[in-house]
Design a binder for this molecule. Structure first.
Ligand code: TRP
Ligand code: SF4
Length: 404
């Protein structure tokens, strides 16, 4: 089971783009599968994000959502440990988006690198919309509503996680100062017991008086260990530790996905729009056909011409799929012209198909009974709503609109 420690929650979202290719598997989803065993993970289909750029063409969102989620499940994302859901089924994201938009300066959004880039790239449609400008605020709401500590993203999304941190900081600064904050903190500290509360005060003092950064880290660890603190008290003490107010929305860290070097069939980056992809769960003979047609080192015009594996996308795939002995066989055979490219591709085809066979098997029940997928998403969305509501209640209260 994933840990329930809120500090270690991990969240990531993906736009509904349909079937995944092996580049997305090795670059992103494989990482999710590993993380789900170390943290409480929330993975969601960012269908509202799809609307920020694709509002004029929404006919395929549902099919794409289904296909993508089946691929997540096939890849081993496990609904028994991770919460899998659809963004629009958790309307709490939208409320937090609205509230955060009240405190986010427009200049922060205009500065986001994706804003101008995407407008230039997708110049065939109107993107000077309110929704598109505010898209990093929506993304911040996605993250902050679960108080996620880690956000696995690609390099292109790191700036958005940074912006999310700035929004969280501004929020805590504005709303983390409640009346009688200090006496609340003193009372909360006493709940930890004599020994722990003395240590907490010493660590706080060491930081505030001597700037001892180590003390802050120890103080945070101490608070994480405490079992009889409410989450509200923990946030107060976290903020008080550093001399600030209450931390209502903790700042997340970006967990950079390792940029997997998965080349497409033509040697360019694998991408759906380049039509150079091998898809997850593709039939074995389709995989064989695609790999046989792959570009190789152009120096190998004839079978007798030696080649350089470093110039060959087939070899890059070998590096992902093959064991050291096969790699050595391919590299030596290539450089000495001891093997032909056709020979070189055979063990690669087998290795890709072996990985795919497991996924095809895992996906079978979901393909046969699409209702199972709906169940997973329904259950996940309900779990997510529970967690999201807790944050939203505190956000409303701290902003002075609890109306109780
Ligand atoms: N914006 C991300 C993308 O386009 C998807 C996304 C939406 C996301 N919300 C998120 C990723 C929250 C991480 C966390 O790829
Ligand atoms: Fe590429 Fe293998 Fe051919 Fe060398 S032998 S060019 S590594 S496919």
């Amino acid at each position: 089971m994933g840990s329930e420690d809120a500090g270690s929650r991990v969240l990531s979202g993906m736009r509904p783009t349909g079937r995944l290719h092996i580049g997305q598997y090795h670059g992103v989803v494989k990482n999710w599968v590993a993380l789900q065993h170390q943290h409480q993970c929330y993975f969601f289909v960012a269908d509202w994000h799809a609307l920020t750029t694709g509002y004029d063409d929404t006919g395929e969102i549902e099919q794409h959502t289904f296909d993508m989620v089946v691929d997540w499940l096939a890849a081993g994302v496990d609904p028994a440990v991770a919460v899998i859901f659809i963004q629009s089924k958790v309307p709490e994201h939208a409320e937090l988006h609205l509230l955060l938009s009240m405190i986010t300066p427009v200049s922060w959004l205009e500065r986001a690198p994706s804003y101008k880039d995407m407008q230039a790239r997708l110049n065939d449609r109107e993107l000077a919309t309110h929704g598109f400008l505010g898209y990093p605020v929506l993304q911040s709401a996605d993250i902050l509503i679960y108080r996620a500590g880690g956000v696995p993203v690609g390099a292109d999304q790191v700036a958005h996680v940074e912006l999310c941190r700035e929004i969280a900081r501004r929020f805590n600064h504005l709303y983390g100062r409640e009346p009688n904050f200090e006496s609340h903190c003193e009372a909360a500290a006493r709940k930890m017991g004599r020994k722990a509360s003395r240590l907490y005060r010493d660590l706080r003092k060491a930081f505030l008086e001597q700037g001892d950064g180590e003390a802050v880290a120890r103080g945070r660890a101490l608070l994480a260990e405490q079992r009889n603190l409410s989450s509200g008290d923990r946030e107060r003490l976290l903020g008080y530790l550093e001399g600030g107010g209450r931390i209502i929305l903790p700042e997340p860290e970006a967990l950079l996905n390792e940029q997997a070097k998965v080349p497409g069939l033509d040697g360019e980056k694998m991408s759906k729009s380049y039509r150079n992809s091998i898809y997850l769960r593709e039939a074995p003979d389709t995989v064989a056909h695609k790999v046989r047609g792959m570009k190789t080192d152009p120096a190998r015009v004839r079978r007798s011409d030696p080649g350089e594996p470093g110039n060959c996308p087939v070899y890059s795939l070998h590096q992902i799929y093959s064991d050291p002995a096969t790699l050595e066989w391919a590299a030596d055979g290539c450089r000495s012209a001891g093997i032909g490219c056709v020979d070189c591709k055979l063990p690669l085809i087998d290795a890709i198909n072996a990985e795919q066979a497991v996924m095809i098997e895992r996906a079978r029940p979901f393909e046969e009974q699409p209702d199972l997928v709906r169940c997973v998403l329904q259950e996940g969305s309900e779990k997510a709503r529970g967690a999201a509501r807790e944050t939203l209640d505190e956000v409303r209260a701290s902003m002075g609109i609890a109306h109780q």
